[in-house]
Ligand binder design. Structure first.
Ligand code: SAM
Ligand SMILES: CC(C)=CCC/C(C)=C/CC/C(C)=C/C(=O)O
Length: 299
């Protein structure tokens, strides 16, 4: 996904989830007492989730680094938010073999919203997130899709000879946890393996309702990696086929005839993971947080 402006205008679900989860975790994140926190966000995209929901939670003197694998996304975010103080955007592939030295061990917090389902090598991504945190400790809040009906629609579209040439590598775009019957356990295990001794992983079952054919098509256009591979003249045909498959999967609500009245339901599973790097500083904070119960197992 490379079209930042399309994404910025059709990311209601992503914004909705990030806003709610950040409100919930605002007091769990371990803010520094000197207010000099440094936070790196992984897969910031067009940047509006980071600027609208993460930045307002941070102390005045805090430093913010938004990162993304796509230079187009980074360019868009830099242009739109370059006037913000102590904020920068830069290219980073969180699945890279070697982190840039200047980023390694430099952050108090790492956040990531709706990005890690794009990364096949989750273990390497988590290892990098662990290494981005300061050696003396830090925490991370990671939110991403375990599963979504969009992946089943992609697989059916790939079988259609009209689209198969553009979708040979469809599996590369399916969340690495989509097929797991125990995604929470799998992700917890990975967090353990890379060194996060303290963590809490939840799998939340959510439902989003898309109102009208156009809304669903715009949301698909904003994230579908296959459209940019085909001529623009084919896009609407592809999206029409997408909608037909959604209907055949019984994800249309009601039997409205007008396109704008049609509703589509998307039941999906979200991974919400919070982890701390250092076991030493946890006890004081745990006593006060709203997540005391949730995190009890971490003590
Ligand atoms: C759905 S967008 C989420 C953007 C933003 N976090 C939000 O919540 O609106 C996913 C972003 O992850 C980025 N991404 C995908 N793979 C990545 C990787 N390996 N490293 C860093 N970013 C990646 C994409 O380029 C895209 O901008
Ligand atoms: C009803 C139905 C199939 C809805 C799917 C809607 C949709 C556009 C899902 C996108 C999921 C995704 C990969 C989001 C993202 O990375 O931001």
């Amino acid at each position: 996904m490379n079209q930042a402006s399309l994404y910025q205008n059709a990311n209601q679900v992503q914004r909705h989830d990030a806003k709610l989860i950040l409100e919930e975790f605002a007091s769990t994140l371990q803010w520094r007492s000197d207010g000099e926190d440094a936070l790196l966000d992984v897969g910031s995209g067009s940047g509006n989730v980071l600027m609208d929901f993460v930045k307002p939670l941070m102390p005045q003197g805090a430093q913010l680094v938004g990162t993304d694998i796509s230079s187009q996304m980074v360019g868009f975010a830099s242009k739109h938010y370059q006037t913000e103080e102590r904020t920068q955007f830069r290219v980073l592939d969180i699945g890279c073999k070697r982190l840039p030295q200047e980023l390694s061990g430099s952050f108090d917090h790492v956040t990531s919203f709706y990005c890690l389902h794009w990364v096949q090598n989750l273990r390497r991504a988590l290892g990098n997130i662990y290494d981005l945190l300061r050696p003396e400790g830090g925490d991370c809040l990671l939110v991403f899709l375990a599963s979504n009906p969009v992946y089943e629609v992609y697989k059916i579209l790939q079988l259609n000879e009209k689209w198969s040439a553009y979708m040979q590598d469809v599996e590369q775009f399916i969340s690495p946890l989509h097929y797991s019957s125990t995604p929470g356990e799998e992700f917890s295990q990975l967090l353990n393996e890379v060194g996060f001794i303290q963590h809490n992983v939840e799998i939340r079952s959510e439902v989003f309702v898309y109102e009208g054919v156009r809304t669903l098509k715009d949301n698909v256009k904003a994230i579908c990696p296959f459209l940019e591979r085909m001529p623009a003249a084919l896009h609407e045909d592809f999206l029409d086929d997408f909608i037909q498959i959604v209907i055949s999967m019984n994800l249309q609500q009601g039997d409205q005839h007008k396109d704008q009245d049609k509703k589509f339901i998307s039941p999906y599973k979200l991974v919400v993971a919070y982890a701390r790097k250092s076991p030493d500083i946890v006890n004081n904070v745990m006593i006060e947080t709203a997540h005391q119960k949730l995190l009890k197992g971490l003590n």
